[in-house]
Design a protein around this ligand. Structure first.
Ligand code: 26V
Length: 819
């Protein structure tokens, strides 16, 4: 690696400076003396790209030559985070760049901060995709990530009077130095129209789809560099453009102005990421997005990645398409259509190939998050695909009836087509019927998937179901985000952990080493100071020194129960106000929230408003000065996560048991030495098992207890009446103290808690408060706390996304690293 591959600038400070200045002068067209920070950032990105370029071309050559089986990761979302730091790290250029830029009088950190992260995802699912492609590149596995190049990613969150206001995310405005557009490899995607049946010369029935409009998909390639291994995989994101003959009927009618208007319509397809991540809106544009990127991706792989004349019967030896939730599942009828209508396969042949080429990951347990597309809409937009889906369903139900003769109820339950509330296609069922493997994302989730979401399917095909517990990339979330702790770890056990995270086990012995504990604590303090500086400059928030930093960052959802955390804060405040608790007896604590709400999710937005109003009141009350502070920096994203997580002492993972499929933030916190207060939900179960009960603050009902309480009938009013602390906290909110005397301002939140409380926050409140008391007790003993934190790090190796990828390779993809 010391040697640069042919075509790269030399791996030296001088070589770097020369390449950087050339980029600045010839690509940005400015002299160093007159260059803006943005021009310098773009030139730096261009320089780093030059280093990666030769490796990228070599990776592609090597993969094609070996005819290696490729993972086609199909995901509507990639929450990448900033690219520069990762690219520098992966190509071992950090030091060289820092020194070279210093010679030019430029500070590397300033340039890093110039980058606007590509926020092409909502939350966990999109970030997981980004971690997975990082791990595959690092493990030398051929993978193409396929997705959508949204012109606007997840909205930028601002607060106005404490309420969330969304601003467009103009991430492309100052230039996009990490992408390579390839208009020459554009793909046409058809929509609408009707189908025609005919009989060919051999007497076989043939179907032709006669679409009514089309768009062009233009690929933009992003480089996904493996860590110090020379591999650079592609991430191919599609952008929609109008074709020349956009809508045949309009052009034929000679209506020029209408045709131009229609052009904008075409380009709308990749315009914006839908910010809802729990309730499908059934919007036509979203279905267009899904088919658009999937049709482009399949076409791209079949036409550009395979050799001429490749026999598609052998397709499963060359590709496995992983469906990241149901968003790309329309790829199933699309591949069937291509094989039958374009390549002359009969149904059985086409189904055999299709079945082998897809695997499906489910990421949720919430019934309302399961996508159902109305057959009305599907039939209008994709008539041929709807026919094929009916065909799949007919054959599938025949199989069910054969396996369970006479069990018509079962066949009705399992039908891919539902009739209520309108006729629609259950995309999770379609995915399950089509896929070779179906997996959940943590042990508990996979079990509930089998037992509760898809029980009939797991009875029919038990071997189809499996689990792969999620993971996170240790490169971005430990080495890059937490350089101080990384150095402390490297000093103790070397650097092998970066690509072999189980090596962190070797830290266990250091949990008793005073020098190590001191260095560990110093790293945590440094991270807190870094966060303090950031929040002061970014949000005008002051973080007090020496506080327990208690962090809850994730999307705002009722099931995640930000209100449970908030009720605890309000309860502490109430106890101080009413004299039940002396401020001096409070453990000095800063509670940090970070959360975006879907713009149409009223309750979530009301909760954000309430958090901000509680923060305002609590932070202004002198009797809590230095004791309790609430901070809610706006616009939580990957960039902020990289600063917040390394600074945290306490990680809040408090969803109602059985609701959070996995969680991945939970893993990032543990890996960075925060202790978790959490329920027995998602991957918390595995985290607790691995780090040990004594080093994890468990509270709340278990999933079976939740189910039992639900079955008995849950009455939140009884908890409100029966628990004085709950009543006092809710009454305090209703008193108007947080709302300038307006007693009704947060009625939606308090009424929901006391009357419905779908996620049983009140039922778990007492247990949560008791767990927080244990937290305070442990935190008072700094040595014991730090030892637990070290053990959390040492025992989190399992949660590397490299391990997740090994599990997918063995259990699902049946392919291997090229190494
Ligand atoms: C779902 C939907 C539902 C239809 C409307 C549009 C839309 C857009 C995105 C999503 C994804 C929600 C699912 C999701 O992000 N699940 C999270 O996946 C993480 C990675 O597996 C997991 O750690 C979280 O527990 C799970 O909530």
């Amino acid at each position: 690696l010391a040697l640069a591959p042919v075509g790269s600038p030399p791996h030296s400070v001088d070589g770097f400076v020369a390449a950087f200045l050339a980029e600045l002068n010839t690509k940005q067209g400015v002299a160093l003396s007159h260059s803006s920070t943005n021009a310098q950032y773009l030139a730096l990105a261009g320089t780093v790209r030059q280093y990666l370029m030769a490796r990228w071309l070599e990776t592609s050559r090597k993969t094609h030559e070996a005819k290696a089986k490729t993972v086609g990761y199909l995901s509507a979302e990639y929450l990448l985070g900033r690219q520069l730091g990762n690219a520098l790290m992966a190509s071992d250029l950090n030091e060289i760049a820092e020194k070279g830029l210093a010679q030019c009088g430029i500070d590397l950190t300033t340039l890093r901060n110039q980058e606007v992260e590509p926020g092409l995802g909502n939350g966990g699912l999109g970030r997981l995709a980004a971690c997975f492609i990082d791990s595959l590149a690092t493990m030398d596995v051929p993978c193409i990530g396929y997705g959508i190049r949204y012109e606007y990613g997840i909205f930028r969150q601002t607060f106005v009077d404490g309420r969330q206001v969304e601003q467009p995310d103009t991430w492309l405005a100052l230039g996009s130095p990490w992408e390579f557009p390839h208009p020459d490899e554009s793909v046409q995607v058809n929509f609408g129209g009707y189908t025609e049946k005919s009989v060919d010369a051999d007497g076989r029935e043939k179907t032709t789809w006669v679409p009514s409009w089309n768009v062009l998909g233009v690929p933009y390639n992003y480089m996904v560099p493996g860590y110090l291994n020379g591999r650079v995989n592609p991430l191919r994101l599609w952008s929609a453009q109008a074709t020349k003959a956009f809508d045949l009927s309009i052009f034929n009618a000679g209506d020029y102005a209408e045709a131009v208007r229609a052009q904008t319509f075409a380009e709308n397809i990749s315009k914006v990421l839908y910010p809802e991540d729990s309730t499908p809106q059934g919007k036509e544009l979203r279905l267009q997005q899904q088919y658009f990127f999937v049709a482009c991706s399949l076409r791209d792989f079949l036409d550009h990645e395979l050799e001429e004349g490749f026999d598609l019967h052998d397709l499963p030896s060359r590709i496995i398409f992983q469906l990241n939730d149901t968003h790309p599942v329309i790829a199933v009828p699309e591949l069937m259509r291509i094989l039958m209508d374009e390549r002359g396969f009969d149904w059985e042949e086409a189904w055999e190939v299709t079945h082998q080429c897809f695997a499906y990951t489910c990421h949720t347990l919430l019934p309302e998050a399961l996508e159902v597309w109305s057959t009305d809409l599907l039939g209008r937009l994709l008539p041929r695909h709807l026919e094929i889906i009916y065909g799949i369903n007919d054959r599938f139900l025949a199989e069910v009836r054969e396996a369970f003769p006479g069990d018509e109820l079962r066949a009705g339950r399992m039908s891919i087509i539902t009739e209520y509330p309108e006729r629609g296609v259950r995309m999770a069922y379609l995915a399950t019927v089509a896929a070779t493997k179906v997996n959940g994302v943590a042990e508990l989730h996979s079990q509930l998937l089998r037992d509760k979401v898809l029980p009939d399917f797991s009875a029919l095909w038990p071997e189809r179901f499996t689990n792969v517990t999620n993971g996170v990339t240790p490169r971005r979330f430990l080495k890059m985000a937490n350089p101080k702790l990384s150095d402390v770890i490297c000093d103790a056990i070397g650097s092998g952990w970066v690509t072999d995270l189980e090596r962190l086990k070797e830290l266990e012995t250091y949990a008793l080493d005073d020098d190590f504990l001191a260095a560990f604590r110093e790293a945590k303090d440094w991270n807190k100071r870094r966060l303090t500086t950031l929040l002061r400059n970014r949000d005008g928030i002051d973080l007090p020194d020496g506080h327990l930093l208690d962090v809850m960052v994730k999307r705002l959802h009722e099931y995640k129960r930000q209100t449970l955390k908030l009720l605890h804060v309000v309860s502490l405040y109430e106890q101080v106000l009413s004299g039940k608790l002396a401020p001096a007896d409070l453990t000095p604590r800063t509670v940090v929230f970070g959360a975006k709400a879907a713009p149409g999710y009223r309750m979530a937005k009301d909760i954000i408003h309430l958090i901000n109003r509680v923060a305002r009141t609590v932070n202004a009350d002198p009797c809590l000065e230095g004791r309790l502070k609430v901070a809610f920096p706006a616009n939580y994203n990957v960039t902020l996560a990289e600063k917040l997580i390394p600074a945290a002492d306490l990680s809040e993972q408090i969803s109602l048991a059985g609701m959070e499929a996995s969680g991945t933030g939970n893993m990032k916190f543990a890996l960075n030495g925060a202790l978790t207060i959490g329920t027995d939900d998602g991957a918390n179960v595995e985290i607790r098992r691995l780090v040990g009960d004594e080093h994890f603050f468990l509270f709340g009902m278990s999933e079976p207890e939740v189910a039992a309480l639900g079955a008995r009938g849950y009455d939140p009013g009884a908890y409100y009446q029966g628990n004085a602390a709950i009543r006092a906290a809710i009454d305090l909110i209703n008193s108007g103290i947080f709302s300038d005397g307006d007693r009704g301002m947060f009625e939606s939140v308090t009424m929901s808690l006391t009357h419905h409380d779908r996620f049983m926050a009140l039922a778990d409140f007492e247990s949560y408060v008791a767990a927080q008391a244990r937290v305070e007790e442990r935190y008072a003993d700094q040595e014991s706390w730090t030892r637990s934190a070290v053990l959390n790090v040492a025992r989190s190796g399992y949660f590397s996304s490299d391990r997740s990828m090994r599990d997918y390779l063995r259990r699902i993809w049946h392919t291997q690293p090229m190494l």
